[in-house]
Ligand binder design. Structure first.
Ligand code: ATP
Ligand code: MG
Length: 561
């Protein structure tokens, strides 16, 4: 199990330390990560994964992976597999402790029978609509169901027949008998079983009644001997119910602890919303590099280290907050700065002819692979008469603050020579087709022996030696920092950023990238960090830009000082 490098303390660890002192669980620490397999995991889940597995590692305890699969209509094997892959990729190992709530269906049923026998549960025939009317509101108490007084025998009989499939979906429920006047609506006789004639990905057609989340979750925790059941804040109001079930059943009782879920700027954070984006075709799939899913981040070029580091930095608190996307980007930049080899690539090529350079000559120039890591060494980069530079590195009529190439001006080509633009060649329509430049052989390696200076250093590739590549540039998926704000369930779709993806087909990259394979990560000098896409092949290289080199996070930090 990978422990976070230097995980800071938080209120949950404080609670566990205290429990260990008092011997509440005899020093045992056992957590679980319990996703519902109804979608792919996102960066919010990574926070929960790092927290649960991280705590287990730190306290020399255990952490289970549990599929909370009690809702057959929304769950799929594809999601189960992706969850396993993603948890492993983030860097954690559940060893042999992979569980499914659906494995406990028989136990849940027995517990329900137990509650009925204790007079703590009853079969209710109210329709969903009627039940809503009976429930009351935050300010008004609810009304007792007319079926609340059924005898234990009648309840046992009806519940058994519910299981046997005698009744249609929605016609009956099993409810806990608690208190219809409770100030906490969750305690107003909540439903614990519903009828649903639906195939389950694990149990097939064995069951046609399914337990509700609040009921199944606490019993699952109890069965697995969980000590600290860590969940997000929205379950705080459900904790009395969690406790009620286990107390009434007289079962081993874990402690539920709530923390604030992760929210990020410029994105939504819910599987339900991601499904709408995927099914609506707004993104290319769950692993679209614009998605804050773990698979999307992986495809985008994020590393597990950067994600674990991010989760450490954001910490764990009780108060809801939204984390700036710039922090996530900062974390991957910091990691790749250390590790990613530097390369040169030209995204929007502008041809340059070095008129005083011999036609057949090729120079092999030394380039540094990673200035942050001397052990990465150097490589050779070919230089020849025809080169490409970035279109935006040239201006025919430059404004004052533009220091890059312009007619009559000299700049440095990285690791190569000074070049000077002597002529601008255009087509009939007046578009620039190429530049004619001269180079100064005395400046090989990048400096002039006579001490003359240039104000810009440009990246470049040799036209003949470079390789064609497709490069995908990404911007925020949403145009607004807070797309979750506002009401309607579909509102967030209208806030999508129409410019979140730009595909460049005619890029040129240095020949050293010929062997680049999916997942490899590089810094393209001056352009950002890039990762080879999973659809890339030697015949067609495809790169995703993970992040630019502009660090907005440090800027934000400084502005707040
Ligand atoms: P979603 O709304 O995206 O479906 P969920 O909470 O319903 O999220 P689950 O599969 O039930 O998703 O979550 C598994 C675990 O991950 C739970 O313990 C949940 O509290 C936690 N979790 C989910 N979203 C976040 C988040 N944004 N930040 C931190 N933890 C989260
Ligand atoms: Mg959920």
């Amino acid at each position: 199990m990978t422990a976070p490098e230097s995980a800071p303390s938080n209120f949950i660890k404080d609670i566990i330390t205290e429990d260990n002192k008092t011997g509440k669980y005899r020093g045992r620490v056992h957590t679980r990560f319990p996703p519902e397999p109804n979608g792919y995991l996102h960066i919010g889940h990574a926070k929960s994964i790092c927290l649960n597995f991280g705590i287990a590692a730190e306290f020399k305890g255990l952490c289970n992976l549990r599929m909370d699969d009690t809702n057959p209509t929304k769950e799929e094997v594809e999601y189960v597999e992706s969850i396993k892959q993603d948890v492993r990729w983030v860097g954690f190992d559940w060893q042999e402790r992979m569980y499914y709530a659906s494995n406990y269906f028989e136990r849940f049923y027995e517990c329900a029978v137990d509650l009925i026998k204790k007079g703590r549960a009853y079969v209710c025939d109210l329709s969903p609509d009627e039940m809503r009317q009976y429930r009351g509101t935050l300010t008004e108490p609810g009304k007792e169901s007319p079926y609340r007084g059924r005898s234990v025998e009648e309840n046992l009989d009806l519940f058994e027949r519910m299981r046997k499939g005698e009744f249609p979906d929605g016609s009956r429920t099993l409810r806990a008998k608690i208190d219809m006047t409770s100030g906490n609506i969750n305690m107003r006789d909540p439903v614990i079983y519903r009828i649903l004639h639906s195939e389950h990905h694990m149990t097939g057609d064995k069951w046609c009644i399914y337990p509700m989340y609040d009921y199944a979750h606490c019993i699952s925790d109890s069965i697995e001997g969980i000590t600290h059941s860590i969940c997000t804040l929205e379950f705080e109001d459900h904790r009395p119910l969690y406790d009620w079930f286990l107390d009434e059943l007289g079962m081993y009782h874990p402690q539920q602890i709530e923390f604030a879920r992760l929210n990020l700027t410029y994105t939504v954070m819910s599987k339900r919303k991601f499904i709408q984006l995927v099914e609506g075709g707004y993104v290319r799939g769950w692993d679209d590099p614009r998605m804050p899913t773990i698979s999307g981040l992986r495809r985008r070029g994020y590393t597990p280290e950067s994600i674990r580091n991010f989760c450490d930095r954001i910490g764990v608190a009780k108060a809801a907050s939204t984390v700036d996307m710039a922090l996530l980007e900062y974390c991957i930049r910091e990691d790749l700065n250390r590790r990613a080899p530097r390369m040169m690539a030209v995204l929007r090529p502008l041809k340059i002819i070095i008129t005083n350079y011999p036609e057949d000559k090729v120079d092999e120039l030394d380039a540094i692979n990673n200035p942050e890591d001397p052990s990465a060494g150097t490589r050779k980069v070919p230089f020849s008469r025809e080169l490409y530079i970035e279109q935006e590195d040239f201006m025919e009529d430059p404004p004052k603050k533009f220091f890059r190439l312009a007619p009559g001006r000299e700049v440095r080509l990285r690791y190569a020579y000074f070049i000077k633009c002597v002529d601008v060649v255009k087509d009939g329509a007046g578009n620039i087709t190429e530049l004619h430049c001269t180079y100064d052989p005395a400046t090989r390696g990048g400096d002039a022996p006579d001490g003359r200076k240039v104000k810009a250093t440009l990246h470049w590739v040799s036209a003949e030696h470079s390789l064609a590549a497709e490069v995908r540039l990404y911007d925020y998926l949403f145009a607004q920092p807070n797309p979750e704000e506002g009401t309607g369930d579909k509102d967030f779709i209208s806030k999508l950023n129409p410019k979140s993806l730009e595909v460049l087909q005619d890029c040129r990259v240095e020949p050293g990238l010929s062997g680049a394979s999916p997942g490899n990560k590089y810094q393209f000098e001056r352009l950002g960090y890039f990762c080879v896409d999973q659809d890339s092949s030697p015949e067609k290289l495809i790169f995703n830009r993970t992040v630019t080199l502009k660090d907005t996070w440090v800027k934000i930090q400084n502005a707040n000082k």
